[in-house]
Design a protein around this ligand. Structure first.
Ligand code: SOE
Length: 404
């Protein structure tokens, strides 16, 4: 067998997303036949002791404490950005300029200005064969990808409604500390950018239609929270016992102001004529990672539910009479997206497989010299939707108070 060319990866950040991406880089060549062999060259984090431990735990060959060092390494061909949004633009722009491919976690950036600069830089770099993508991993869950195939094949007819929620509850306790995800200067926004971005991308991916306008409201239910132990900087862990919020427990007293949304709800029109509704909240008590998309068309409907991610509910409007009804499709057949690389039918996949599929498609695109998806331009478009939601919620222009 010919010696496969290597693809050296340098990852910045090693918390929740860093762990998920590390699993993907470790496994992708073991399950997918790719022309490039991934080398987990280095993981980067500011704390020497913690990043050394992370390298050993997550399977990285070496470590760095300054992300700029990754750009100077000849054994790093791709920079994988798994940090909070406040550093996405700086790292991505420098990596692209250094000729490194880039995978950047979602949302692409904390502002439209940053996202636009990143998209423009990515377009320029692509002319030199430098590839980039943004990490909307849910597109790569087989059932979600199969949902898109059904819509694209016309099995739902003309789309009328798209309905999406992404519900978590890790902030319900007012004593949960002021983690980095609750600080606008680090996270850019709250539920809107962290989980709302996912359902904006996923619904556009499945429906093939794009948001053209929104009517929105946001709310911050708990406005003051205890400072975390590492109040000054980012919580290195990015995780806490109660969920992906960061902040290693209670600080040395004192509170801080939450500067982001706890929940964002918005209505939208899509460019193919469908009406859409979106709900992103971290206060939906009992919902741990409850992402659900329903699409209603003139000929059929479908439901994708992340908590049942190996299944797709499908209603075929062409079936009439007493046998009509939603069917539960178990999306584990070898002809379903990505499944031929894994197990026999009925042997379920998990959340982590979406990241393996994400890096599989990125590596294949790099090897083929084709533009990976979703691109930074796609990431910019999601950022523009988030910005429209922010503006609509701020001016309340679509709000009509009920007269008493
Ligand atoms: C939010 O808590 C979060 O960690 C997101 O940031 C991830 O993108 C999502 O996959 C899981 O939930």
């Amino acid at each position: 067998m010919t010696e496969r060319q290597r693809l050296g990866v340098g990852m910045v950040g090693y918390a929740f997303m860093g762990a998920a991406h590390s699993q993907a880089w470790r496994s992708v060549n073991r399950f997918f036949d790719l022309p490039l062999e991934v080398d987990l060259a280095a993981v980067c984090g500011r704390d020497q002791e913690k990043v050394t431990a992370a390298a050993a735990r997550l399977g990285w060959r070496s470590h760095e404490t300054d992300w700029k060092a990754l750009l100077r390494r000849d054994d790093v061909d791709l920079v994988d950005i798994c940090t909070p949004g406040s550093s996405h633009a700086e790292i991505a722009l420098a990596a692209l300029a250094a000729g490194k491919h880039v995978l950047c976690e979602k949302p692409l950036a904390n502002t439209v200005e940053e996202a636009r600069a990143m998209a423009e830089a990515a377009e320029r770099a692509a002319a030199a064969g430098v590839r980039s993508a943004v990490g909307f991993n849910y597109r790569r869950i087989p059932a979600a990808s199969f949902a898109r195939d059904l819509v694209a094949a016309g099995r739902l007819g003309t789309l009328r409604h798209v309905r999406a929620v992404y519900l978590q509850d890790w902030l319900v306790d007012p004593e949960f500390p002021l983690a980095w995800r609750l600080r606008r200067e680090i996270a850019g926004s709250g539920a809107l950018g962290d989980i709302g971005a996912h359902i904006v991308d996923l619904t556009q991916f499945i429906s093939g239609q794009r948001v053209t306008g929104v009517c929105a409201m946001t709310e911050t239910f708990v406005r003051e929270r205890p400072l975390p132990a590492a109040a000054s900087g980012l919580s290195a862990s990015g995780l806490s016992a109660t969920g992906p919020g960061g902040g290693s427990g209670q600080g040395g007293g004192g509170t801080g102001t939450v500067t982001v949304d706890d929940a964002a709800l918005f209505l939208a029109r899509l460019d193919g004529g469908a009406l859409a509704s979106y709900e992103a909240s971290r206060f939906a008590l009992g919902r741990k990672n409850g992402l659900r998309v329903e699409v209603n068309g003139s000929e059929g409907s479908l439901v994708f539910d992340l908590e049942r991610l190996n299944e797709l509910e499908f209603y075929d409007g062409r079936v009439d009479g007493e046998t009509a009804g939603f069917t539960r499709i178990l999306v584990t057949e070898p002809n379903h997206p990505y499944l031929d690389a894994w197990w026999p039918p009925g042997h379920a996949l998990g959340y982590e497989h979406s990241f393996t599929h994400e890096v599989r498609d990125l590596v294949a695109a790099i090897a083929a010299g084709t533009p990976p998806t979703p691109s930074f331009t796609d990431g910019l478009q999601v950022q523009l939707v988030l910005d429209a939601v922010d503006r609509s919620a701020a001016d309340g222009s679509c709000w009509a108070p009920v007269e008493n």
